[in-house]
Design a protein around this ligand. Structure first.
Ligand SMILES: Nc1ncnc2c1ncn2[C@@H]1O[C@H](COP(=O)(O)OP(=O)(O)OP(=O)(O)O)[C@@H](O)[C@H]1O
Ligand SMILES: [Mg+2]
Length: 260
């Protein structure tokens, strides 16, 4: 497990930085939703963004992907400023809302997205059974995605994010609707990937996911309010569990607002 001697929000240890977000602000219209967010994600680690609904996780992920240009501040991926179309092929991205072709089968979706990433027939032939197996969809490849359950669609989106074996995975709520057995299987795969030097950023509301990550970044009201290993975050809030730390962070934030 990568060790971090840098548990401060917005720390400046950029050795091995795969993703570097520095002083990013982001607004929708006049409403600012990210306020001066800084973070670094290093090669080979799994980092989870946690925070309440509406706190800005998806906005932050979209900014890292370059789908939103930062209003101020900067995002770099592998040392290059985002937005950068060329880098997108190296990032396996799973959006919070599944972007799938519901009239096509799972197999046809995987083939389509793999082809967009310039994968050859032979590469697809090897990769499709592998990623379908990881997400437990091997038997459902010939089913039309329109007939999939919500969890099956999430799993197909995850398989698509992994299809080209990219060095970076950015997964916005990858485990929604996924049962405990498959969740475990998916975590085994994520660990195997980081063992190969891949880097993973995910968002989650599931505390088991957060607990298994190397490092957490806690977002509240568009700010990076805490960062560190799951144990360090629990200690920071003097809480018995991560869930209690999450709730204590909310209370702290409410007190902060009422004092302003
Ligand atoms: N396209 C948009 N236009 C206007 N406001 C938006 C847009 N997308 C998000 N917001 C607002 O920005 C804030 C942050 O939203 P965001 O989707 O980043 O939160 P989140 O932490 O991902 O939430 P969740 O856990 O529910 O996915 C919210 O107040 C939301 O209403
Ligand atoms: Mg979101």
């Amino acid at each position: 497990m990568p060790q971090s001697d840098n548990n401060r929000p917005g720390g400046d240890n950029t050795d091995d930085a795969v993703v570097s977000v520095s002083h990013v602000c982001q607004s929708y219209g006049k409403t600012e939703v990210l306020h001066d967010v800084s973070l670094t994600i290093r090669r080979g680690e799994i980092v989870a963004l946690i925070g309440p609904s509406g706190s800005g996780k998806t906005t932050l992920v979209s900014s890292i992907m370059g789908m939103l240009a930062p209003q101020s501040g900067a995002v770099q991926v592998l040392g290059e400023h985002m937005p950068n179309r060329r880098l997108l092929g190296g990032i396996g991205y799973m959006a919070q809302n599944d972007a799938l072709y519901t009239d096509l089968t799972a197999l046809e979706n995987l083939r389509f997205f793999g082809t967009v990433l310039s994968m050859s027939k032979q590469q697809l032939h090897a990769a499709i059974p592998q990623v379908a197996g990881v997400v437990g969809l091997a038997k459902d490849l010939h089913t039309k995605v329109g007939n999939f359950s919500g969890g099956m669609k999430r799993r197909l989106s995850l398989a698509i994010a992994m299809i080209s074996n990219p060095p970076i995975l950015i997964l916005d709520e990858p485990t929604v609707g996924i049962d405990p057995e498959l969740r475990r299987q998916i975590w085994t795969e994520l660990r195997r990937l980081t063992g190969e030097g891949k880097t993973i950023l995910l968002t989650t509301h599931v505390m088991e996911d957060a607990q298994q990550s190397d490092r957490l970044i806690m977002i509240r009201d568009g700010m990076n309010i805490a960062e560190g290993t799951p144990d360090a975050v629990v200690r920071q809030f003097s809480a018995p569990t991560l869930e209690d730390a999450f709730i204590a962070a909310g209370k702290g934030q409410d007190a902060h607002h009422s004092n302003r």
